[in-house]
Design a protein around this ligand. Sequence first.
Ligand SMILES: *Cc1c(COP(=O)(O)O)cnc(C)c1O
Length: 345
Amino acid sequence: MIPSPLRLRLDSDALTANWRTLAAMSGSAACGAAVKADGYGLGARDVVRRLAGAGCRDFFVATWREALALAEEDVAVSVLHGVRDADLPAALAARNVRPVLSSVQQIRRWREAGGGACDVMVDTGMNRLGIRPEDVAAGLLDGLGIETLMSHLASADEDVPLNALQCERFAALRGRTGARRMSLANSAGIGLGADYAFDLTRPGIALYGGVPSPAFEGRIAQVVTPQAQILQRRLVPAGQGVGYNLTWTATADTEIAILNLGYADGYLRCFSGRGLARSADGVALPVVGRVSMDLTAIDVGAAPDLAEGDWVTIAYDLPATSAVSGLSQYELITGLGARFDRIWD
Ligand SMILES: *Cc1c(COP(=O)(O)O)cnc(C)c1O
């Protein structure tokens, strides 16, 4: 295969170190991993292999297609979006994969199909997926073989009273369902403290370098680093503009480089005039002008030796880049496109 002029450097040690940090913060609870959206864009299989090697046993995806892509990994997978009619044949045949049933209809469907072990999502205040606690009290789950009873926090990244309220509503279900384990916390939820860990935590973003709340500052390592190759270097004479609509004008003669990177790769237009690349020796190279579909210009005046064919590193520390771009840390990593070669170090 022809090497791509774009690559994502993926740091295996940082990924496993982040999981170990989250596992330690989870106390006596087991620590799983959310690997939906193809492992937040890193590649689910590669993430699962590394985390399984570190001791992770519970993985979460969104859909059955995502679950089946992990069929050869021999790990327990929970499908967060439950089970539709169209999923049933695959769901009944799959080994080590459970639906997370989240509606009355899904529970009926699973029972009628004679499905085996399952997980169940209860809504404790987010009004997204999940059955009502009242339905649990009324016996909806009676006789169901539940491995993990779950709920999901709406605002775990904020210090709001809803967190404790959701935690209380969830804790009130303890012993009411025959579930073997209970699970509430995503990454940010782990940072809320031991009460939120229950038996199993489900971090995603923090595994991949996200810092969801101040509780994680200084504890999470960057995992994903985009790099792009220089297609050409050129001089822009003073007074001339660069890129679509010439939104940037050189105030003095300026050396720029054109990178093989654009919004079709997930490097969105909000980085126009705001993004930053670095040379191998760390010189800052600001994005100038508008990001286009496949191309981005950077000012390389401070790096006289950078030439066509050289690689530069795109600044992509998730919390800092989120602040610069206005994109969420989740959007920043899940949006990185298929044109990147994903290279694990
Ligand atoms: C995505 C997801 C997670 C992981 O969330 P992060 O914020 O990425 O840690 C956990 N639980 C559920 C139900 C999810 O949908």
